[in-house]
Design a protein around this ligand. Structure first.
Ligand SMILES: Cc1ncc(COP(=O)(O)O)c(C=O)c1O
Length: 390
């Protein structure tokens, strides 16, 4: 059977990712391919590494994109530094901390969990106390928990972790390019991200950076990294000076990342962080004016991802369906413990635009009126319109 030409609907992507891809990024993705060992491509790879260091705010030599989505970055970050029996401390306050525990357990680590309720964040003192109880080789946390919309404050955390002789691993998937990330100043040893959030490229690469201290730990491993594909000692031979073939680089995605990083740095990181905050604040204030409740206190609310509490007795999927079908706007429901309880609205990269926020708010207001969550507007005859089924 011959299907018709691909023609997916045009959507405004205001969910937890992917975000809208920047038009400049889409354009470079139609650029003809060169080979993955072509001198021209090797030059492009070096440029991507320089740009990535700027965006991560690091001088780490070992900075490169892993082929695969954010979860590949997570798996590479854990698999390269954990050996069987190693003790690790994982901070769990949402879905992605939970995923890290699962991955670390599969690597035969001795996993210790430091837990906070979903939507809350950790203090350096709590991490210190946990490390006194369970000394660990590595402490992992999620900077921007996409499942809850909480932004983990980073001040003082590396000091504690390093005082205990551990490495600090941070998931920056929903923070890099949207909110401040300072890998070197914050003392982060291992950080990874994803291309499909605030960097506004398609999903497919996981930018990653490794401190010299972590490189040393990698060098001292007694066992081979259990994943051949994600073994940084092998991947580095392709991205470093040797340029030895490891796997065929996803050329088009590397083009896309290069352009996405150029877009980020053209705008300027600080300006970009301010834009994300400004648009998020407009969203937060307007949602509260509509009578909706935000889950995370403003103090550590994440500008790239907002969680909104679903009012009691409300069919949350109905609202999302209406937004998608009638307004072409995608937002998401909750994951895990928040399933059915929250909506998740992402304002990441190219999706963080005032016009999109205003469009979403207008659509939400229309739907909430029809659902009688807000009072109905009178129609032209002074009569209320028919309510719709919740
Ligand atoms: C904080 C965080 N970590 C990791 C991931 C996994 O990334 P991916 O879905 O691209 O594999 C996500 C994806 O949403 C995320 O939000």
């Amino acid at each position: 059977m011959l299907y018709p030409e691909l023609n997916p609907p045009f959507r405004i992507l205001l969910g937890p990712g992917p975000s809208m891809v920047h038009p400049r990024v889409l354009r470079v993705m139609t650029t003809p391919l060169v080979g993955h060992l072509d001198p021209a491509f090797l030059q492009i790879m070096s440029e991507v590494q320089v740009l990535l260091r700027e965006v991560f705010r690091t001088t780490n030599r070992l900075t490169l994109p892993i082929s695969g989505t954010g979860s590949a970055g997570m798996e590479a970050a854990l698999a390269n530094f954990i050996e069987p029996g190693d003790s690790v401390l994982i901070c769990v306050n949402g879905y992605f901390g939970e995923r890290m525990c699962d991955m670390a357990a599969r690597l035969d680590a001795e996993v210790h969990r430091l837990e906070r309720p979903w939507g809350e964040v950790f203090t350096p003192e709590e991490i210190d106390a946990a490390l006194h109880k369970h000394p660990a080789k590595l402490v992992a946390l999620v900077h921007a928990e996409t499942s809850t919309g909480a932004l983990q404050p980073m001040e003082g955390i590396a000091d504690v972790v390093h005082r205990h002789g551990a490495l600090l691993l941070v998931d920056c998937v929903t923070s890099l390019g949207g909110v401040p990330v300072y890998v070197d100043n914050w003392g982060i040893d291992i950080a990874y991200s994803g291309t499909q959030k605030a960097l506004s490229a398609p999903p497919g690469l996981a930018p990653m950076t490794i401190s010299p201290r972590a490189e040393e730990v990698l060098k001292q491993r007694k066992t081979k990294v259990p994943s051949w594909y994600l073994d940084l000692t092998l991947v580095q031979k392709y991205w470093g000076t040797e340029r030895t073939y490891h796997h065929t680089a996803p050329i088009t995605m590397i083009y896309a990342l290069r352009e996405a990083l150029r877009v980020v740095l053209n705008e300027g990181l600080e300006r970009r962080w301010r834009r994300h905050r400004r648009n998020a604040e407009l969203l937060w204030q307007s949602l509260e004016e509509l009578g909706l409740e935000l889950v995370v206190p403003e103090e550590y609310r994440l500008p790239t991802l907002t969680t909104v509490r679903v009012p009691e007795g409300f069919n949350e999927a109905f609202l999302r369906r209406r937004l998608l079908e009638d307004y072409n706007i995608e937002i998401a429901g909750g994951l895990g413990a928040f399933k059915g309880k929250v909506w998740r609205i992402g304002l990441m990269g190219f999706s963080s635009q005032r016009s999109y926020v205003l469009l979403l708010l207008a659509a939400l207001e229309d739907i909430l009126r029809e659902m009688r969550v807000l009072p109905m507007r009178a129609n032209g005859n002074g009569e209320e319109e028919e309510p719709v089924e919740k």
